[in-house]
Design a protein around this ligand. Structure first.
Ligand code: NBP
Length: 479
């Protein structure tokens, strides 16, 4: 029998994706894994699924109907390149190779160019939702050519999560656009998680509530405008009791956050693009800070504030934290979408930002009600320069800013680190400012490096003769 779709790489993600594909009407799924045992195990464990197992790349290619379409789900990096090379050898022009792993978008741009030269289509597709999502319906962010989307679109639509009746997949843009958007998704996820963690810490230290009591607070928040998967699972984690010690699980987990690198990529890319994703950067750095026990153990000697945190009205404090979280979250998404806009301009992708918000409503880790507000904002104003200036967010930020300022100053006064709350607020005020001290920085740059400056009242480029008589001269534009 000929399969219409194949999966290469049958570890947890690939086997779940293959099962998802096989469960959809009309799909027959060819499966291949470098070491045979995973293929045998998958086929044996799921007799209900219509799998066509292959044990060599030749067999795999022969089992696929044309145009052959294969999704690679292997360890990102050298493994991906090895599988692409092997598939290019056995595929033909017009066939489609999809990389569903977490590739760096610049690798995807490189691979797409190389594979396209053989006449074979290459699609880098970001897939979010972890193993559960792969099995039951992920959010999928495919790049690649328009030609490949004709074949691939219906297949991916059949396995994607569904949010409000719409499949969580769209053709994001060409070559690396899909993996770029998936990268920013993960960056936003880092920020969202850090903000939630800061909210928990403030409530715990401010009110003395137990993790289980704070779980109730998050469960309550999940019924309002913060409703999201991450808020929901936060309540679950906080409610968990450790069987061995009887303690809240969160209290026996080592407080050093791990990372697989996609948050760092988001920030590195933003630095290259000159896009300030400061909230996301703080979230990535907060994980790094937590993971240096050798530094944290000596830093206990650093003096803290004299006054401990006192909260008179716990309910009012918790409401302030909720609003600070909401406002900071708006900033994180605004920064993330700004990075996508900047990336699209740099790499010449045409990306529909509203459509991206929509495909994140289901399947992925940052799925939330809130994303509807973002797609509404871009539907109303596709050219929106700053997401958070859309009327809905202006209203929400107006409602939240007082609380946000109180929480950031309370945290600073009490010596409680709230880097993502504070950084988001500084970004907000920076963007809002009528005048920025950047004017002084231009003066300093002109002083030591003759870097020149512009004037507010006249066209042209100017330089002050700092080491001479300090008169101003018109200068060549150095940019
Ligand atoms: P892993 O990332 O653990 O990769 C294991 C798979 O890669 C196995 O099938 C292995 O084959 C195969 N492989 C390697 Br390693 N080198 C290979 C090579 N040179 N040639 C052929 N196959 C090779 O699997 P995973 O956790 O299922 O993740 C798959 C992809 O999905 C990754 O890119 C990951 O970043 C991405 N992703 C994961 C998640 C998640 O929640 N885990 C979420 C979203 C995306 P073998 O069996 O022969 O060793």
């Amino acid at each position: 029998s000929q399969a219409n779709i194949g999966v290469v790489g049958l570890a947890v993600m690939g086997s779940n994706l293959a099962r998802n594909l096989a469960s959809r009407e009309g799909n027959t799924v060819a499966v291949f894994n470098r070491s045979r045992s995973k293929t045998d195990e998958l086929v044996a464990a799921h007799p209900e699924a219509e799998f066509v197992p292959a044990f060599t790349y030749d067999e795999f290619a022969a089992s696929l109907a044309k145009p052959r379409t294969a999704i690679i789900m292997v360890k990102a990096g050298a493994g991906t390149d090895a599988v692409i090379d092997a598939l290019v050898d056995v595929f033909e022009p017009g066939d489609i190779i999809v990389d569903g792993g977490n590739a760096l978008f610049t690798d995807t741009i490189r691979r797409e160019k190389a594979v396209r030269a053989t006449g074979i289509n290459f699609v880098g597709a970001g897939i979010s939702g972890g193993e559960e999502g792969a099995l039951t319906g992920p959010s999928i962010m495919p790049g690649g050519s328009d030609e490949s989307w004709v074949t691939l679109g219906p297949i991916l639509r059949s396995i994607a999560a569904v949010a409000e009746g719409e499949p969580c997949v769209t053709h994001v843009g060409h070559d690396g656009a899909g993996h770029f958007v998936k990268m920013v998704h993960n960056g936003i996820e880092y920020a969202d998680m850090q903000l939630i963690a800061e909210a928990y810490d403030l409530i715990r230290r401010g009110t003395g509530k137990s993790p289980a009591e704070i779980a109730d607070v998050f469960a309550e928040w999940n019924r309002g405008e913060l409703e999201s998967y991450l808020i929901e699972i936060t309540a679950e984690v906080l409610r968990q009791t450790d069987a061995a010690t009887g303690q809240p699980l969160v209290d026996v987990i080592v407080d050093q956050a791990g990372a697989k690198g996609t948050g760092a990529w988001t920030v590195q890319t933003a630095l290259n693009l000159g896009t300030p994703v400061s909230g996301i950067a703080e979230a990535v750095f907060a994980r790094s800070l937590s993971s240096h026990p050798e530094q944290r153990s000596v830093a206990g000697a650093l003096p803290g504030p004299v006054e401990a945190l006192t909260v008179d009205d716990a309910d009012a404090f918790i409401e302030d934290v909720r609003l600070a979280l909401y406002a900071s979250k708006i900033v994180a998404y605004s920064q993330g979408f700004d990075e996508i806009r900047a990336g699209a301009a740099e790499y010449d992708w045409s990306i529909d930002l509203g459509a991206i918000a929509k495909i994140w409503r289901g399947g992925c880790i940052i799925r939330a009600q809130f994303l509807n507000r973002i797609s509404d904002a871009y539907a109303a104003t596709p050219e929106l320069a700053v997401l958070m200036t859309a009327p809905y967010f202006v209203e929400a930020l107006g409602r939240a800013q007082g609380a946000w300022r109180r929480i950031v100053s309370t945290a600073a006064g009490a010596g409680i680190p709230a880097p993502a709350f504070a950084s988001s607020l500084a970004y907000y005020d920076g963007l809002r400012a009528d005048r920025l001290p950047a004017a002084l920085i231009q003066g300093q740059r002109d002083f030591f490096g003759a870097h020149t400056y512009k004037r507010i009242d006249r066209e042209g480029t100017f330089h002050t003769l700092w080491s001479g008589d300090r008169t101003e001269v018109e200068a060549e534009d150095t940019h």
